[in-house]
Ligand binder design. Structure first.
Ligand code: TYD
Ligand code: MG
Length: 461
């Protein structure tokens, strides 16, 4: 590779630097600069037009005079996917779908694109990771031996763009964006610059031709989509696959959607014949203990429209000189904060202890309503005492030790009651005001402070 002009690009913000630095000069993130070659400066802008700056600009119009066209949507027929997409694939929309290897991205997209092809849409599946034969094998496995989906095994951007121009498909899957490279760039395939440029070209094609483009992206060990975060800004919709590859359940979450609600989730089960939607998922993330065990507390999370019961597990064990705080599926900084609140306001000290917390089933919980369950699970592990059978808790805990309400608390309680839970410790503002049949069988303890919650739990021993 020409060593003349190396530049370093930040994987977080896409900023560049002429030399390597530990800290990105633009966004101050650590260890995010990655080396790549700078592109030759030949008077071209990054989309290849030489005199873009001289091109006539679009007309300036008042908003009221601009036609507000509704988006043309194409439901895939896979309900759980359509739910996160906000009703289906949008014409000219670009969707980025990320997730760990082997979680089921290719499987789901092949199922979706086959359904669209059957409904009469012209489709295209571009595979850069697998050969045509491997994709064919997957389609047989999915019970789609007669699939008419056109497959293009190709990784060179220019050839992909050419095929898109000539075939004009309604939808094209690019599996994956990290394998695509452009001849016009000198940097190595898979590098940040390549991924970003190829995605930009494909996005522009989607907008100009009306083809829906779905980009498959890999997730790094740290959980971010490989390549610059810039990819997320470029596209219309970002979906993430979550879930433990060892369990059968998968969750798809929309973290950005220009055409629908975010934080809606789709739930699937991986079966012998591909991914099947789970329409009533509320209880799938509970591990089935015959008897309650210490360090486990169930919470009701509500992201999107459906409540989901998730078991939070904690293990507190004597640590070394610098005890560890680790969390899987929950925010680590928040864990440190909750431990400080536990110490200060409830007198529970874990200073010399290792603390591990985990949301069962590979779910990621970002809402603060998990706080109370996390703290109760930690205290339960520390005391070696299980919470009562059929116990749930949720609520945000503030730095002053106050327990704050969670959005739509009553919906959460109703779901817990429906699933046969018996005892709930919840923020006072979330407790139902009047007797309602929907909460029957559930004894609700409203609390305003963390120390109150601890007292309630001790009273239940
Ligand atoms: P895949 O879609 O290849 O994952 P990704 O594209 O995200 O890397 O999924 C691969 C996994 O799914 C693999 O471990 C096998 C499993 N699988 C099934 O269990 N059932 C099926 O019908 C298919 C096609 C795959
Ligand atoms: Mg794949």
């Amino acid at each position: 590779m020409a060593k003349d002009k190396s530049i370093f690009t930040c994987t977080e913000c896409g900023g560049t630097s002429a030399r390597w630095m530990g800290k990105c000069p633009s966004c101050n993130a650590w260890n995010t600069l990655i080396e790549g070659s700078s592109e030759p400066a030949v008077g071209k802008n990054r989309f290849g037009s030489v005199h873009a700056s001289l091109a006539p600009t679009s007309e300036v119009l008042p908003l009221a005079q601009i036609q507000a066209a509704d988006f043309e949507r194409h439901p895939t027929g896979i309900d759980e996917l359509d739910r996160v997409l906000g009703g289906g694939m949008v014409e000219g929309g670009v969707v980025l779908i990320g997730g760990d290897p082997g979680i089921g991205k290719s499987t789901l997209l092949l199922q979706a694109v086959d359904a669209l092809q059957r409904s009469g849409m012209n489709t295209l599946y571009v595979t850069g990771e697998e050969s045509g034969a491997q994709v064919a094998m997957r389609s047989r496995r999915l019970g789609l031996p007669d699939s008419q989906v056109p497959v293009l095994p190709e990784i060179q951007l220019e050839k992909i763009l050419h095929t898109l121009q000539s075939r004009q498909p309604g939808i094209a899957i690019i599996d994956s964006i990290q394998t695509v490279y452009s001849d016009q760039l000198t940097s190595a395939p898979g590098s940040v610059a390549q991924v970003r440029e190829c995605a930009a070209h494909l996005t522009r094609t989607a907008k100009s031709t009306g083809t829906t483009i779905v980009l498959v992206g890999h997730v790094t060990k740290e959980g971010a989509l490989a390549g610059p975060r810039v990819l997320e800004h470029m596209v219309d919709t970002v979906l993430y696959f979550e879930g433990d590859t060892h369990s059968n359940f998968r969750l798809i979450r929309a973290i950005k959607n220009r055409f629908g609600a975010v934080n809606e989730i789709g739930v699937f089960a991986m079966t012998e014949k591909g991914l099947k939607g789970v329409s009533n998922p509320s209880a799938i993330f509970l591990s089935q203990h015959a008897e309650p065990v210490p360090g486990s507390c169930v919470m009701v999370t509500l992201e999107g429209t459906r409540p989901l019961l998730v078991e939070i597990q904690a293990l507190v064990d004597s640590g070394g000189p610098s005890p560890r705080r680790l969390s899987v599926g929950l925010d680590r900084d928040r864990l440190a904060m909750l431990l400080a609140v536990l110490h200060r306001h409830a007198g529970v000290a874990c200073m010399d202890q290792d603390v591990f917390v985990n949301a069962v089933g590979g779910v990621r919980i970002s809402e603060p309503a998990a706080d109370l369950a996390v703290m109760l699970a930690i205290t339960s592990s520390l005391r070696g005492k299980a919470l009562p059978k059929g116990f749930i808790a949720f609520g945000e805990v503030g730095l002053a030790g106050e327990v704050r309400p969670a959005p739509r608390g009553q919906d959460r309680l109703k779901e817990a009651a429906k699933l046969g839970f018996k005892v709930a410790v919840v923020p006072k503002a979330n407790a139902p005001k009047k007797n309602d049949k929907a909460f029957e069988g559930l004894t609700i303890y409203p609390v305003e402070r963390i120390e109150e919650a601890m007292q309630v739990v001790r009273g239940l021993d």
